[in-house]
Design a protein around this ligand. Structure first.
Ligand SMILES: Nc1ncnc2c1ncn2[C@@H]1O[C@H](COP(=O)(O)OP(=O)(O)OP(=O)(O)O)[C@@H](O)[C@H]1O
Length: 326
């Protein structure tokens, strides 16, 4: 196993401030604290070459996990090993093995041209010259950085900056990559470019990736495995299919008709939305097959078009968070 987390726990102690003059004095004399349990005994294992999505609502503990795995934070209890090393105990040695990207922070020098940041990282990571030239060329190509490689980072768009962040985190050819919300705030085209790159990196270089995100399209396009965290605990760990089936086996049919409709009652099928000539229907294939449903509907309506799809992943996740009460 490349990553092993065993019973990791982490609490934060937050100072509570009272307002007003009396409160201000009380703050000095007797400060009160609130304890936030960010992680409670979480355990998981990730094998070589896996691309795992790590999802959960705001404040669930995702970033705290990534910070522990990347050696930035030390857990209060439990242990983890990445590539056989304990991240927070062997930090200097360890950073050479991993790449980290935090979507809302930068590892690039803001005022310098991108290429200068790369050169500095080459020295920091002590990358041999030959390796650096080869890897840099490949990353510039894969991420299409050529046209702005000499531009200062502060002048880049969010999408261009994220592509540079990804390159910067991989110049030393790490075998494990931690991505904390790499598509946050990006436009649709940049998101696609970032996703394509992550996919290629994982497939062609075998890099093991953990990806936290709130964008379910990231998960759907990239991850075979998803871990769901809520209130500091891992609540589900499996394929996207398992996750779908946990919530509901329903599939969705969009039906367009030539003339108006007025509802229906069919066992195993539920009308979700009805507009003039368009019906959105969820159905359980264990109760009624798509062919049976189409058969019944075609006796009721003059059908123009039919589309059958999975329930959108956003809806599945929203339902899942609701059911898990997180
Ligand atoms: N430095 C800190 N000091 C105090 N509390 C913190 C700190 N960092 C995180 N927390 C708290 O710990 C809990 C878990 O936070 P964490 O950032 O790990 O969640 P997350 O799943 O990454 O959330 P998000 O999706 O909003 O980024 C939250 O309640 C958060 O407020």
């Amino acid at each position: 196993m490349v990553i092993v987390a065993n019973q990791l726990s982490k609490e934060y102690k937050i100072g509570q401030r009272k307002s007003g003059i009396v409160g201000g004095l009380q703050n000095i004399i007797h400060k009160e604290y609130k304890i936030v349990k960010a992680l409670e005994n979480i355990s998981f294992e990730i094998g070589e070459g896996e691309l795992v999505g790590y999802i959960g609502p705001n404040g669930a503990g995702k970033s705290t996990t990534i910070k522990i795995l990347s050696g930035i934070l030390t857990p209060d209890s439990g242990e983890c090993k990445v590539l056989g090393k304990v991240p927070y105990k062997e930090r200097i040695n360890y950073v050479k093995d991993i790449g980290v990207v935090f979507g809302q922070r930068t590892q690039l020098w803001w005022d310098l041209p991108v290429i200068d940041s790369f050169e500095l990282l080459k020295d920091i990571y002590k990358i041999p010259k030959g390796d650096y030239i080869k890897v840099k060329k490949e990353l510039i190509e894969w991420l299409n950085l050529e046209s702005f490689i000499n531009t200062p980072v502060r002048q880049l768009s969010l999408g261009q900056k994220m592509r540079c962040e990804l390159a910067a985190s991989l110049l030393h050819s790490p075998q494990v990559l931690f991505l904390d919300e790499p598509t946050i705030g990006l436009d649709a085209i940049s998101k696609l470019a970032v996703r394509e790159f992550i996919k290629k990196l994982n497939k062609e270089k075998g890099v093991t990736v953990i990806l936290t995100t709130h964008d379910m399209d990231d998960i759907e396009t990239l991850c075979n495995r998803v871990m769901v965290i809520g209130k500091g605990q891992i609540l589900l760990d499996g394929s996207l299919e398992t996750l779908r089936n946990t919530v509901s086996k329903d599939r969705r049919m969009i039906l367009e008709t030539y003339e108006g409709t007025n509802g229906f009652s069919i066992n195993g099928a539920t009308l979700i939305e009805e507009e003039k000539n368009r019906l959105m229907i969820d159905f359980n294939p264990d109760i009624i097959t798509p062919a049976e449903l189409i058969n019944i509907l075609s006796t009721k309506y003059k059908i123009k078009d039919i589309l059958i799809e999975n329930t959108p992943i956003e809806e599945i996740i929203a339902k899942l968070y609701g059911e898990l009460n997180i």
